[in-house]
Design a protein around this ligand. Structure first.
Ligand code: ATP
Ligand code: MG
Length: 257
């Protein structure tokens, strides 16, 4: 297994008490697969993304990537969040170049711009490369944010509810963009989402977490082969059945193990 999360527990401490957020959580992800994680608000999903990225260390258990324990932030990971947090004083293309300035200082400015422009083209925003974030719509900002998370060719992309703030049509457009990016850029993806259609459409497997302290309640292989242009398939009988099954599992996940 490429990403191996083994029996991790994590807690936050303040002066008075410890808050156990994740408990004995284990799952693994094969290389180049797409896994979605769903679970109740506050069950530790964002915490889990920080642990996988090496931004925090679990107090118990371990996370291995290609067999190597994660104990510091890794260059080979890209991340994007619900709020794109772009820098207003930089143009779209310069926002995308930012990670390269940190992890690839040997690249020339021309090479960085070329790489950023290649991604802008893939997400349909080539004409907006010189725009400032305030001149872009919410969906466009999230496209720029996706480009920024992929610019340094990470092996793993972690997305924490990246489309949560967008309207349904914009969101569906971004699902297609993400599928296309996955095909052309080739990475292993972990997506945190509350949208089960999004999970089915994009992923090979959906991992359902329990209430806090979060642990794996169920892991469901979706095997839902959809033509990347057809979100309509999500309304088919097969998809509806899968959604009902996942919804039921989530309901059960509220029952403490
Ligand atoms: N830095 C922190 N210090 C203290 N407590 C924290 C910290 N970050 C998160 N928590 C707490 O840990 C718990 C899990 O938070 P987390 O953000 O991981 O949940 P989540 O599953 O991502 O929730 P949501 O679906 O609402 O985004 C929450 O109770 C939160 O208050
Ligand atoms: Mg969260």
């Amino acid at each position: 297994m490429y990403i191996n999360i083994k029996d991790i527990s994590h807690k936050y401490s303040n002066e008075d008490e410890d808050l156990l957020v994740l408990k004995d959580l284990s799952f693994s992800v094969e290389k180049d697969k797409f896994v979605s994680i769903v679970g109740p608000s506050g069950c530790g999903k964002s915490t889990l993304t920080k642990l996988i990225a090496g931004l925090s260390i679990p107090y118990k258990g371990k996370i291995l990537i290609s067999g190597t324990p994660v104990n510091s932030p890794r260059k080979s990971i890209g991340m994007a969040f619900q709020n794109p947090v772009l820098l207003e004083w930089r143009t779209a293309v310069d926002n995308i170049c930012l990670p390269l300035e940190i992890v690839s200082p040997q690249m020339t400015r021309k090479q960085k711009i070329e790489r950023a422009t290649e991604l802008l083209e893939m997400v349909g925003l080539k004409d907006f490369s010189q725009s400032r974030p305030s001149q872009l719509s919410g969906g466009m900002k999230q496209r720029v944010s996706l480009c920024r998370s992929l610019v340094h060719r990470p092996e793993i992309l972690i997305l924490d509810e990246p489309f949560g703030a967008l309207d349904a049509f914009t969101r569906e457009g971004l699902w297609r963009t993400l599928k296309d990016l996955k095909t052309s850029e080739n990475f292993t993806c972990i997506l945190i989402t509350h949208d089960l259609r999004e999970a089915i459409y994009l992923s090979d497997e959906v991992v359902i977490l329990t209430d806090r302290p979060g642990t794996v309640k169920e892991s469901v292989k979706t095997n839902f082969q959809i033509n990347s242009n057809s979100v309509d398939e999500l309304y088919s009988k097969e998809a509806t059945k899968m959604l009902a099954f996942l919804r039921k599992q989530i309901e059960l996940s509220h029952t403490k193990l």
